[in-house]
Every structure is written in C-alpha cells, then in structure tokens.
Ligand binder design. Sequence first.
Ligand SMILES: [Zn+2]
Length: 274
Amino acid sequence: MPELPEVEAVRKSLVELVVGKTIKDVFVGWPKIIKKPLEIEQFQDALQGQTILDINRRGKFLIFVLDDYALVSHLRMEGNYSVRSHDDPEEKHTHIVFKFVDGTELRYRDVRKFGTMHLFTKGMEHTELPLAKLGPEPFAAEFTQNYLKEKLMKTERMIKAVLLDQTIVTGLGNIYVDEVLFRSSIHPERIAKTLSDEEVALLREQAAATLEESIQAGGSSVNTYMNSRGESGTYQERLLVYGKKGEGCKKCGIPLQKIKVAGRGTHFCPECQK
Ligand SMILES: [Zn+2]
C-alpha cells in the first residue's frame, strides 16, 4: 500500500504530466470507485471542460484542483495513475479514464478496486469526509509537542495503534510507523500515555525526518509501487526494521522480531526497543 512518501512521488510526477490539461470527457468503467457524487453522470458532467490547475496532497490523499472542483483521490492498496495517448492500448484493470482535449488520457488502474474518488465544489473538500477528520502531518506546524503529548495522554492504546490513527497524525502507515518507533527506541506495544516528554519529542522529530528522507528518495517500492512515470523509489534500501525479521539490528546486532500489534505485522528490535 502506498504511504505518504509514495503518494507524494505520485503527486510530483502527475504535476509534471497533467497540470494545465483540460478534460474533454471521463470514462467510468467501475462506478463504485466514485464515492461522490453517487450519480456517475453528474461526476462526468461536472468534469467536462475543467482544467487541472494543480495537484495537492493531504496525508495519503491526492487532491486534483480544477477550475470549479476538487477531486480527492485515494489509491488504497493498488491504485495507480498513468498518462497515455488515447490510441495507446488500454491496460487491464483500467477503471477510470480522464480524456483530455489534447488527445492524451489520465488512466486510473486498480487491480483490487479499493481506491476511492470524491468530487467537491472547490473549497469544500476540507470540510467534509474523507479529509475533514484527518490530523496534521508530521511536518505540519500544528503537530506540536503539546498537541501530540495531549493526544497520547488521552488514550489507553498502544503507541503503534495511535500513530496509525490518521485522525491523530496523518501520513504514517505500517512501514513508517515501524521505522519511526525503531529510530525513537520505543517498543510498539508501549501504552501511549506512558511515554516521557523526551520520548514524545523524539517521536515527533523522527516521524518528520523519516518521511522527509523517504520523500527525498522517491518513496519506497515495497509491494511494487511506482509513480506515474513508472519509476520506483529507493527508500526500501534504507529501511532499518520493516520487512527485516530475523536480520541483525543495525544498532545492536541481535535478530529483529516480527509480532502483531493493532492487527498489523510489526517489526522491532527487542533489545533497542524495550
Ligand atoms: Zn537493536
């Protein structure tokens, strides 16, 4: 599943490929991907003649900014965009096609069809679901020591579950939570409210640093993720614990372990994360 750095890589590649293009019409082969409006014709009519002015990102959501609308897209497990000429053969599992007046197309493929799209009148996208309940990103100004400390003190949950909760902090998924906890020397099963001020500060710092490093590397290509130019990132080469069960810890050398926490496979060092 793409996480924030991978979605950011997709965003950057799409900005180069489709900003400035005007939509002629939209093909919808799998209507269930469109969550809003529920009337597919309404979706298609609204998009006709709209130009893509910019593409933003909030957590793992892409936001296509159009003349009058904002299209919020979540790739979920395997959603993926590519830009092709209208006469290029269509790949299998292509479910939505934005056809541009210049003869090119933005194609959305999704083998498992879990991805979603919501269309809003521009400006309304942040006031309604799915964006309305998202917490700040780790590098946002609102993600302060006080903010995080307060959220952690209010819950009986384990720290891993809290960091995966997108209403508290958005953009950390399973891979990066494992990395951040290792880099902060915090056991994933620690009850969040037992963290010291120093540990909370370390978590904040490492959450931002880990995501920034991965963004710089174009994301990680765990699960064969690729950006919209078909390029993959390289951050998987720098992962310290994720997917490394049984390998020696980079800090102390003892074998890393994998357990289940909050229903998710969780990698950690039993020595460095007590
Ligand atoms: Zn260790």
